[in-house]
Design a protein around this ligand. Sequence first.
Ligand SMILES: [Zn+2]
Length: 403
Amino acid sequence: MTTLPRGFFGDGEPVEVAPGTLFLPSFANAAAFITSEGVLLVDCGHEMFGARILEALRKLTTLPVVAIVFTHGHVDHAFGVRAIDDDARERGHERPRRIAHVRVAERFLRYQKTRGLNEHINSVQFGVPARFPSEYPQIDQTYESELTLTLGGETFELVHGRGETDDATWVYAPSRGALCTGDFFIGCSPNCGNPQKVQRYPDEWAAALRRMALKKPKILLPGHGPVITGEADVYTALSETSEYLEALVEQTLARMNRGERPSSIIHEVVPPAHLKGRWYLEPLYDRPEFIVRNLLRLHGGWWNGNPAELLPSREENLARHIAEISGGVSTLIEKGRALLSSDIVTACHFAEWATLAAPTDKEALALKREAFLKRASDEPSLMARNIFLRAAQEADDAATRLG
Ligand SMILES: [Zn+2]
């Protein structure tokens, strides 16, 4: 099993990457620009990590934070703000001004409606109980497409693009050649297909990365993962990530335009072979297959093209019939076991049919547990791995309840 790159979970050290330009790693990174007027902070981490970001910042400067840009409204980027505000109050500074794209406020309204769902999704995605906040930071200043901030005589360009979210901002500091990408760049393949979350925008994501590359940044401060320095390396990382997304978009659209069945398209589209092995495109969090599904949803509807599944039979009903014609659930279990070592993907289908047909059959539950544990152990993507682990855990829990 491959793990996420060092730095993805903020295990790096805070560092002054250039004079007055600070990289503050946490689960989601923050960056700080020291100007003669004070500090411009870009993101402030999850509520659990705001204090850590503050501590990192305060190791390097005691100047007031005058403004915070939220690159988007995700809980791991904008909710560490309380620690920053508390610090300002204790030091007798004004509360830092919060700046974000206009749609961040809409996101927070949606979060109020879907708090339980988001708590559930995050607990599955990360494999740990997740608390989703019920209070959302007020934004002081919003913009729609571009905004130039001037601080201490220096300009900072805020540019909106849709990518992982519809409320995203990337920040460029031209006099330093420093780029804060937000989650347009996360040190592994883009979180652009997430199976449990709302729409992502691969086409516009690629365009935003191209636009960033045109600035010829010398420093890339990512939303997650390690910093990249050097104009050539930054350019390559941005352009190749863009190329990766463009290839998936192009292939998926070509097949959609030919009227191909979505359930077959997901098996046909592949990332460019020459980009294989790039550390920043490794599918360690999301997967290209999920990006294809996300594109199918973006440009089409939710139907997978299988007419039987348009208004389908209940899964349990179907599974019972499959068991019946097989000669019983035990045959499904036997077949599933036989496939464990040769075709784990199909073995998982048999395990699922067996437990749907006979939810209290201990042998079926044991197969499900084993199949999904094996699937998880082979799986590079954290999102997919944790969904498989959750399936194994559910089978385990059901077996325990049976005694
Ligand atoms: Zn993030």
